[in-house]
Structure formats: C-alpha cells, structure tokens
Design a protein around this ligand. Structure first.
Ligand code: G3P
Ligand code: CA
Length: 390
C-alpha cells in the first residue's frame, strides 16, 4: 500500500481505552505525573468537551508542521500549535527493541534520521519484508531507546523542502511519553486544551514480533489518565482489527484509515479477509466501522477522485454516506507544493513551488469533510477562515 505522497510525488519509501475517573489520589495510584495531574485538575482529562469541542473543519497538523520542519520532531509539533493547528498528529507510533513507543512515520528510519552517518550502527542495516514489501534500511525494532536517542531527525523530502534541511540534526526522535508530557505543558501554557492524534503503524507486523502496539498505547494512555471518551487523544490505524482491539482497551475516539480503493488493509491480507477499501466505503462497510470507531481518515481521492490527468472530478457520496452512520471524516493530506496538489491547482512545474492550495481547499471543504490533515497548518487555518466566512 503506497502513501498518497508516494503516488503523487514519486518519492520512495513505505507507508508504507478503562474509563473510570482517576483524579487526585487515583492519579497517584496510576502513576500520573504531576504535570498530568495538573492538566487533569484543569481540564478533567476530558479535553473540555470531546470531539464536539473541535472547530470544523478541523485542521490537523500532519506529522506536526512537516511542511516547515523535519517531521515527527518536537520542533515540528510545536510549530503546528503555534500556527493554529487544532490537533497535532503526534505521532505515527512504532516500537523500539525494548518496547518503547517512538514517533516515526515508519519503522525504517534511513530517510528521517542521520542513522546512516553512524558507523556504529552500520551492521544494523537490513532487508525485511514489511507488510509484503521488501524494505532495506534501519528499523526502530532493532534499536534500544537509548540507541535511538543518539540519532537526530532529518528532512524526509529535501527535493521538495530544501529549506527544511536547515533544521537537520536539531531534534531527537521523541517518545510517545514525551509527547504526552509536552501536550500537558502546552495545554497549561496556552490555557487551551491541546489535542493529539497518534497513529499505530503496522500493528500486525509488530504483534508478530512480540511488540504489540495496542496494549502498549493503552497502558501509556491509562497511566496518563488519557484513555477516556472525552480525552484529547484520537487514535488512528490503517488496520481495522487494530482499531477493534483498541476499542476493547480504551474509550478514546478511534479512526480507521483508508487508502486507495483497490488496496486491502494488511491485517485483512494476513487473516484472509478478502475485502478491499472499495468494499469498506460502501454503506455496509461504513456501518460496520461505525460499530467500533468514531471516524474514518481517507485519502482525499476517495472524497473527490481525479481523472487520468490528475484533475479533480465530481465528489463521491462518501461524505454523506459516512455521516449517515455517524462517522466523521478526516482525509489526508493537504500539502502546499505543486507535486502534491491536483493538476488543475498547480502553478508552474517547480517541485518546491506552491500551487493554488486555497483553491483546492475550497473544493475539498465544500464536500462537508469534518477536517483535514495538512503539512502546512497555517495555510489550512487561513483556508478554513475563507470557507467559514464565505
Ligand atoms: O494518518 C493520516 C495520514 O497520516 C495517513 O497517512 O502515511 O502519512 O501516515 P501517513
Ligand atoms: Ca499518519
């Protein structure tokens, strides 16, 4: 299954809940940090109103503000908040060898860290079958957290985002626990609940290695008092059975990610479920998803397909079909640069030049989507202003 950015830009790489109130003394029993308890006191651990409290359309900082900073770094997450993102995708989660959850888009970290410059890790370079795709590089599951912390993040797509290379080497790989502490600190500083939107990456792949993701995130969220229906943490995954498993462990809002119509979630491949995404977006598929999740995160192409030339065509009925069964829609991913925009919104041919992204937002927001992931949260916030004021 290829990511939308791979399809559009030709870049290499792979995408590839316990609700009881546990404030005060209960927080201590559960090992809540002082910071977490302070946020609990002010916001009741509920995010001040749950999903309904979020502005619509919701602007979600994809991997932070990854249009401007190396993705999945505290620098990228911080900038997303400073730019007005309503939620920060912090982060895509993968495990270390010693079982910690860390923020990387993929387990393979050759393109997003300086690991290749570390001779001491040269022998960790491997070729593995990742969800059926032969993948060569360095994998988080082969490193302890202490080892990963010696690496530094770098820009993943320098051909499109050369300016971001300025920040190569500045930030380390964050852990999910660090993100939760950062969330509480930022919530206190800003006097406003900060939301995060972590994604579990390749859950079947990791479960087979004894590194199950769902139990790990449930334990961490419970420890921080953030595993409730109104907690400001939405959890997403491309594997529906992973979201079903999570639905039994935590009460957080849950979102099933859906890629191109012909793709099959990898857990379906492993379990022999023949259904594709095209099946899942039919009314029966959506009804089933609504029995264990609150939303879907689809490619923008499932909302408005493109023609053979890459131009937007007519919207599908997916938004109304999903809304009929109570599912919200958070499609992905809006990016300002030409190669990632529909052909009819590009300006010139430069791979790092911005196109008419406001025009594209207008078309997508008009469909009734509930929010969107974007690498450029500042642009998304302005586009929303245009839309709600139009
Ligand atoms: O999680 C929404 C979007 O991030 C899904 O795509 O590949 O960027 O994780 P990906
Ligand atoms: Ca993601």
């Amino acid at each position: 299954m290829g990511t939308q950015e791979n399809e559009q830009a030709g870049v290499t790489g792979r995408r590839m809940l316990l609700g009881a109130a546990v404030l005060g003394a209960g927080g201590a029993v559960l090992g809540l940090s002082g910071t977490a308890r302070a946020a609990e006191t002010r916001y009741g651990g509920g995010g001040g109103g749950g999903l309904k409290s979020l502005p619509k359309p919701t602007i979600i900082g994809h991997r932070g503000a990854s249009g401007y900073r190396p993705e999945h770094t505290l620098g990228s997450y911080q900038l997303a908040l400073d730019m007005g993102a309503d939620i920060v995708e912090a982060g895509d989660l993968v495990p270390t060898k010693d079982g910690h959850l860390v923020c990387r888009h993929e387990p393979e970290i050759g393109g997003t860290t300086d690991v290749a410059d570390h001779p001491e890790f040269a022998d960790r370079k491997k070729t593995k079958l990742l969800d059926g795709v032969s993948t060569t590089g360095w994998f988080t599951e082969d490193f302890t957290l202490a080892e990963l912390k010696t690496l530094r993040a770098i820009e993943r797509i320098p051909a499109n985002r050369s300016h971001n290379t300025l920040y190569n080497g500045r930030w380390e790989v964050p852990t999910f626990e660090e993100v939760l502490k950062w969330q509480d600190e930022q919530t206190r500083k800003r006097g406003k609940q900060v939301w995060i939107y972590p994604e579990l990456k390749h859950p079947t792949y990791f479960r087979k290695q004894g590194l199950a993701l769902e139990e790990r995130i449930a334990k961490v969220l419970h420890k921080h008092g953030k595993d409730r229906r109104n907690s400001p943490v939405i959890v997403q995954s491309f594997e529906p059975t992973s979201i079903q498993r999570l639905n039994k462990l935590v009460d957080n809002p849950l979102v099933v990610l859906l890629s191109g119509p012909t793709t099959r979630p990898w857990d379906f491949v492993e379990t022999g479920d023949p259904r594709t995404v095209a099946d899942l977006v039919k009314p029966a598929g959506l009804r089933e998803i609504a029995s264990y999740a609150q939303g879907i995160g689809t490619t923008l192409d499932l909302i408005i397909p493109k023609d053979a030339n890459g131009n937007l065509t007519t919207p599908t009925t997916l938004v109304s079909d999903a809304h009929k069964v109570g599912l919200l829609l958070h499609p992905w991913t809006m990016r300002n640069e030409n190669p990632f925009l529909p052909a009819n919104f590009r300006k010139g041919t430069d791979a790092d030049a911005y196109g008419d992204v406001f025009g594209a937002y207008k078309a997508y927001f008009a469909t009734g989507i509930d929010g969107v992931f974007t690498d450029n949260p500042d642009t998304g916030v302005l586009a929303r202003e245009d839309f709600v004021n139009s």
